[in-house]
Design a protein around this ligand. Sequence first.
Ligand code: IVH
Length: 700
Amino acid sequence: MSVRSTPAERAAALRRLIEHHNERYFELDAPEIPDADYDALVRELRKIEAEHPDLITPDSPTQRVGGAAVTQLFSPVRHRIPMMSLDNAFSDEELLAWADRLARLLPDVDLERLDFMCEPKVDGVAMSLTYVDGMLSRAATRGDGVTGEDVTANVRTIRDVPHRLARPAPHHLEVRGEVYMATAAFAELNARAAAEGTKSFANPRNAAAGSLRQKDPAVTASRPLSFWAYQIGEIDGAVPEAAGDGEWPPASQSAALALLCAAGLPVSPDAGKVLGVSAAFTRCRELEHRRHDLPYEIDGVVVKVDDLVLHARLGATSRAPRWAIAFKFPPEDRTTTLLDIMVSIGRTGRATPFAVLEPVFVGGSTVRLATLHNEDQVRLKDVRPGDLVVVHKAGDVIPEVVGPVLGPDPATRPPAWSFPSACPSCGGPLTRLPGESDTYCTNIDCPAQRVQRIVHFASRAAMDIEGLGEERVLQLVEAGLVSDPADLYVLGADRLEALERMGSVSSGKLVAAIEASKSQPLSRLLVALGIRHVGPTVARALAIQLGTLGALRHATAEELAGVAGVGSVIADSVIEFFSNPRNVAVVDRLVALGLRLDEPSAPVVGDGAAAPTPPELPQTLAGKSVVVTGTLEGFTREEAEAAILARGGKSPGTVSNKTFAVVVGESPGASKISKAEALAVPTVEGSRFATLLDTGEIPG
Ligand code: IVH
């Protein structure tokens, strides 16, 4: 049977995806995918709709501009002239297609003799400012293009936005532009957040949006926001005689910007007029090369026909004017220095090399570390500490070191890196078994492994103990307070209080959180123990079928393998875990400490007969295809696939434009990731796999 979806199905799926991302982006300020990926979804939908116009629905996202306005907090504002969006061009061909369309619509105009404005496309929040008799009277966000939100009080705190215009202007003047955060201000804000232990922002756009959506203008005032004016909206009323240098109403976009600038509104100095469409294209490339020299982030260049009379002739589609195009830059790679290659030790002793980079801002965030997966990957990429390397990151994709940028003389290269022979934590030997790609520290007492085992025990998918992250566990282990998970349950608040960065409130909270975790169901305890191949799905199946920890410990391999979703490999792994005296000792202590050792019973059906096993799971992934690449913590490949199938999804081996998500574990396949990127398929970090299973949505 064919699994290809029909254009109608794909269009429906794309609409759902786009709606979802619209909500994340416009309403929650929490985008899950890079803009480039979002744009690709919209483009795919447009293409289908262009080929099958009968599939266009009035509520299709292509027929509207953006997210609905969130009106609970700020009162709604109707834009008398809708705030439209822009069509995008992602390549020279698409830019040329726009020029061809202009040529068709303006047969009497020579495009090489036409003026164009090329303006940086600042990545921020679109804003409409209304000045009445020269005084700022209202500021509103774009919202869905027709109705935005009144954010006047917050915008008044932005220094760049004049409260009074410097020159006479029409009685009613609407100015449109972008509220943004300059790159340096953004870095400073995030540094402050890190120092204060508060949440940092993923990128300047989110920071700007989040800062504007504040109940208390004092909070907005404390955020370093800026503003660029880029357009005149509604003009009403008499134009004063002595308006100054220019004439109202302006006849061109360049004259409009000059008038706004003279009135005291900030206009980007990087916006400029060029003669002819070819020169406009050249300017796009120039700005692309200079993008990182600008003090603010841009994601493209807006090319506009300068003559406003032609704007009227060209008109607009339902969502965007025909006289402008946004030339979007492709996802970028940056170069930086590879300062060092270090090795981290996981809870199973696996030694993973990672790159320590000179911090570099790429794909919307600052990258300092990037995994190098294993010894072979380092050799393949041939990256050496001291090298200049290319770092690739698109939006929320895991950053990757692509390879070195080699100078003209290879002899001057730093020496090749070799995998250390000793564990950086315990000094014990690191060994790599023949035929395997991973290297391990085999000392079970290795402090790094201890720390990671406890971190895993306390993690979200396991006992879910809040406040017990890596840093805190490291502190506890170093202070000699804890050396295995059972030790957590005998920690008293008094001993915790003696630690640095730990007051009586936090120590009380931590003790309470640890105590509360005692009543977590057996399935979570099983995950927490870190038994190889036993992730949440298998743990739940085992716990439901066997009922108690006692039954599980004494089950035979056959009994275990007989549980739906558990094969002989997992069964052997469970047997092996419980035959290790050290594990048994920890488990015995946990039992003695009073942890819950059973699973809340599955719902009873009908006349009281036992519920069917495995229970029908919520079909969160119905009809969705999820590709897994790399190793996922707590899941074998088979388990991960079984978990997807059990929720109604599919798990094919290859990425296509039908793929809903690619889950990226450790040592992922580069081709799957690059294919996902090329097709704008969202990627999900391995650690968020359980969330994807639970919700059926791309975790934020
Ligand atoms: S003109 C009718 N000029 O890009 C179109 N927009 O994708 C009016 N943007 O909503 C927009 N810089 O928030 C224009 N120099 C610029 C811009 C710009 C950034 C944003 C704006 C708009 C979005 C469209």
